[in-house]
Design a protein around this ligand. Structure first.
Ligand code: SAH
Length: 236
């Protein structure tokens, strides 16, 4: 092969590769937009900022390479260590119920893949997220900073105790099922704040609960719907 034709192949490869990468991503963009329309809007989620965040965050990058083709399916997916990333609709529902305006300081318990934290980064102000499994914490931390979600702070700890140094929080979202609402989390909620948390027995159907703290510090709870989350475990 002549030097010239070798150069031609090299140049066409250089031109073609970025396009190929774009086309591959474009396939995910189409899947993501259909996910928002078919699974989320169709089931009644209306908050424009939540819908826009779900259209933007690349969910396929928060699951393992082998599950990428399923990333936009209407189901939870494994993320390693026996844990799961929630179904897209549940992520949207829990985010919408928190009525975020974009300025709130939010605490998440159960960072997992980091996907919910990324959605919160686009819909709230600052996000503090706690993960109990060091392997998941490391993956999520690298992913979130690599994708440019700068206002998400992650730590490895038992989220039952919240994040007292950073409290109080405008909103708290718990993405693992607790046997009861942890009192430290209620304490760390600002007056006028809200928390969403699945409560019930591990490996059974639980109830998603909305907790509101009024300006006087009084607590009101409301059952929202049956859900199934991995359990909130305690550090030994
Ligand atoms: N929000 C996650 C969902 C993760 S599943 C996402 O978007 O991918 C729930 C996560 O809660 C798991 O990663 C699990 O390890 C974590 N978890 C369980 N008990 C915990 C605890 N006490 N403190 C912090 N994280 C906990």
């Amino acid at each position: 092969m002549s030097v010239l034709s070798k150069r031609c192949i090299l140049v066409s490869l250089c031109l073609f590769l970025p396009l190929a990468a774009y086309a591959k991503d474009d396939r995910f963009i189409k899947k993501r937009l259909s996910m928002v329309e078919d699974q989320i809007q169709r089931r009644g989620i209306k908050d424009a900022r939540v819908l826009e965040a779900m259209r933007q965050v690349p969910r396929h990058l928060f699951v393992g390479p082998r599950d990428r083709s399923l990333a936009y399916a209407d189901r939870p997916l494994p993320i390693g260590y026996g844990q799961t990333i929630s179904q897209p609709y549940i992520v949207a529902y829990m985010t919408e119920i928190l009525r975020l305006l974009g300025t709130e300081k939010v605490l998440e318990i159960g960072t997992g893949s980091g996907y919910q934290a990324a959605i919160l980064a686009k819909t709230a102000g600052e996000v503090y997220s706690i993960e109990i499994i060091p392997g998941l914490y490391n993956q999520a931390r690298k992913k979130l900073s690599g994708l440019g979600y700068g206002r998400v702070y992650v730590k490895v700890d038992d989220g039952y105790f919240g994040w007292p140094d950073k409290a109080p929080f405008d909103r708290i979202i718990v993405t693992c099922a607790a046997g009861h609402i942890p009192p430290p989390l209620i304490k760390q909620l600002k007056p006028g704040g809200m928390m969403v948390i699945p409560v019930g027995q591990p490996w059974m159907v639980q109830t998603l609960i909305l907790v509101k703290k009024d300006q006087e510090g009084q607590i009101k709870t409301r059952a929202l719907m049956p859900v199934r989350f991995v359990p909130l475990v305690r550090m030994k």
